[in-house]
Design a protein around this ligand. Structure first.
Ligand code: 13P
Ligand code: SF4
Length: 339
């Protein structure tokens, strides 16, 4: 039996005890076995409604960890390759984040930490403990507006591009934003000042950083009719030159809504763009350039099969309750604000 048939056989025999969740950036040979396919917000929202005892997560590690935090007693989350981490999530060591937050707060300003869901559980926990929350690319504007209303300023983690793009969407002037220098264990960070409302951690996504304004200019001159859509993890100059920017679900919706014959050039992870091109053969859909998330690609059919074959003996993703409880609080605040 090949991997695909063996996977389907286990899914069939496990019935409702098993749920396989996959992010849109996974390849087709994984996505075809998923019960639920979604972006990070959709997947986080779905966890609560799952009855499955075994939840297998195909994505990157922070997504499986988020699922583990949101599951009920009796449910376990399994992740096919523990080394599949998100490069951006790894840019915020929790101890450094706390040191920086305390430096910002040292003169009494109430700075609210807001972390992108692409973050370790311990950073989500810190956001829960300090009155903050979590956002995804789909709800970043709503959550940043919420966080700005909770205190004197916001520490936005870890994606400076998403932070700046979201601030622009909210008309927050650049003069009220400060990108932090977090070197030397955070010692370079000055206390919060009255003029700044948004403190940006200097993190980024190595995949979306590959898209440059020169790529957009090249498309514009070669194909003036093309509509260019990008993910908000791209740099602000790229977002500003594009015709639209938004989360994975936004990019999918815009592609679905485009008329037959439309030319769409999409700046996000390559697997998703290729899948959209195959799904809508009546539209001309191309990547802005080829940018693959190598960590998403670590989830292969062979590893997924091994995970399914060893569910009873394999190690589930565990988040200790001292981290899970405040991280859950931060996530629940997001789900409460965004519905
Ligand atoms: P979404 O929030 O759009 O699913 O994006 C997650 C991600 O990792 C994008 O690089
Ligand atoms: Fe992380 Fe970027 Fe990969 Fe998304 S595409 S999982 S942000 S490294």
């Amino acid at each position: 039996m090949n991997h695909a048939s063996a996977l389907e056989h286990i899914r069939h025999t496990s019935g409702k005890r098993l749920a396989i969740l996959a992010h849109h950036y996974e390849s087709d040979d994984i996505v075809c076995h998923a019960d639920i396919l979604g972006d990070s917000l959709e997947l986080a929202r779905k966890i609560n409604g799952l009855d499955a005892e075994y939840i297998v997560f195909c994505g990157v590690h922070f997504m499986a960890e988020t699922a583990a935090i949101l599951t009920r007693p009796g449910q376990q989350v399994y992740f096919p390759d523990l080394s599949a981490g998100c490069v951006m999530a790894n840019m915020i060591p929790p101890q450094l984040v706390e040191a920086v937050l305390l430096r910002l707060r040292q003169e009494g300003a109430r700075i609210i930490p807001l972390t992108y869901v692409n973050s370790p559980a311990a950073v989500k926990a810190l956001c829960g403990r300090y009155g903050g929350s979590v956002c995804t690319s789909a709800n970043a504007a709503t959550m940043l507006a919420w966080a700005l209303g909770q205190g004197d300023g916001v520490l936005f983690l870890p994606d400076a591009n998403l932070g700046r793009n979201t601030a622009q969407a909210l008309d927050l002037p650049a003069s009220e934003q400060r990108v932090l220098d977090v070197r030397q264990a955070g010692e370079r960070v000055a206390p919060a000042d009255a003029a700044t409302r948004l403190y940006l951690w200097p993190g980024l996504c190595a995949v979306h950083a590959k898209f440059k304004s020169t790529h957009i200019q090249a498309v514009r001159s070669a194909d003036p009719a093309a509509r260019i859509l990008v993910h908000p993890e791209c740099a602000p100059d790229v977002v500003n030159l594009a015709d639209g920017a938004g989360s994975t679900s936004y990019l999918i919706q815009q592609t679905a809504a485009a008329q037959a014959g439309a030319h769409l050039v999409i700046g996000t992870e390559y697997n998703l763009v290729q899948r959209l091109a195959r799904r809508y053969p009546d539209k001309d859909i191309r990547p802005l350039r080829k940018a693959l998330c190598s960590n998403m690609a670590k989830i292969t059919p062979a590893k997924l099969l091994h995970t399914l074959q060893t569910l009873d003996t394999g190690a589930p993703v565990l988040v200790s309750e001292d981290i899970a409880a405040p991280a859950r609080l931060a996530l629940q605040r997001m789900l409460a604000v965004c519905g």
